[in-house]
Design a protein around this ligand. Structure first.
Ligand code: F6R
Length: 242
């Protein structure tokens, strides 16, 4: 695992976007694994900027997102479909039929997970998987547990994740308690993993996940044994590992 130090959020975003754009330039038909959340928004902005300048072409790229809330459809402003569309998809020349997320509208969890798992397998290993780091060490919505959950699964979100997600919802809106998430296998089979981390509130987890023991109690710790994992983190996120 390599750690790339960035000065601040802007610098971290630029560095992460550079790694993603190198992937797309080197392999125009890349399968990119994408994440939502606050962290990758700056990198998406950079990629949009470079696309607008004519430096990037996404027309042959396929995307698979990590997760989606169960019960939310793609027009729901809190859905990850909506988030991806607003923050990235609609601004670049990705083909809509090549942008995939788990189907939050599928009530039958087993069916939804089986379908997404089949899609991931059919697409083959992800070329580059972008990840954020949850406060409790989750990646995607793989929450702390006694074992690594390998396949796409339906997860009951932990209290800390629900409260961290509350900031994206209006005060009177209920934060969904369940989500569909890619499992650890697809993440670990990705040829390259890029973890973007920013801010001092992530510093303790950076130390635990990337410098502590590998354990399913800290799902991100498994990335330590990935053969090509890169963490791009800013100074605030790295202050406990100096
Ligand atoms: C999002 C996701 C989550 C986030 C994590 C960090 O698709 O899978 O694991 O990456 O919760 O979120 P932020 O970036 O908002 O701190």
């Amino acid at each position: 695992m390599r750690i790339i130090r960035a000065k601040d959020y802007q610098d971290m975003s630029r560095k992460a976007a550079n790694i993603i754009s190198a992937q797309v330039i080197g392999k125009p038909d890349s399968v990119l694994g994408l994440a939502t959340g606050e962290t990758p928004v700056g990198a998406y902005r950079k990629l949009i900027e470079w696309y607008e300048k004519g430096d990037l072409d996404f027309s042959r790229v396929t995307t698979v997102n990590l997760d989606e809330y169960k019960g939310l459809d793609k027009w729901n402003k809190q859905s990850y479909h909506y988030f991806m569309n607003e923050n990235f998809f609609k601004h670049v020349n990705l083909l809509p039929e090549r942008c995939h997320l788990p189907d939050g509208t599928e009530e039958n969890a087993e069916k939804a997970c089986r379908a997404y798992e089949a899609l991931l397998r059919a697409l083959g290993p992800i070329d580059l998987q972008l990840l954020g780091l949850g406060h409790n060490g989750h990646i995607g919505f793989n929450e702390p547990s006694d074992r690594f959950e390998l396949d796409t699964h339906c997860v009951s979100l932990s209290e800390s994740t629900i409260s961290a997600n509350r900031r994206f919802f209006a005060p009177d809106e209920e934060v969904p308690a369940q989500a569909y998430t890619m499992g650890i296998r697809s993440i670990m089979q990705a040829k390259k993993v890029l973890v973007a981390v920013s801010g001092k509130e992530k510093a303790a987890m950076v130390r635990t996940a990337f410098f502590g023991p590998v354990t399913p109690k800290v799902p991100a710790s498994v990335l330590q044994i990935h053969s090509d994992a890169v963490v791009v983190a800013d100074e605030e996120a790295l202050w406990k590992v100096r």
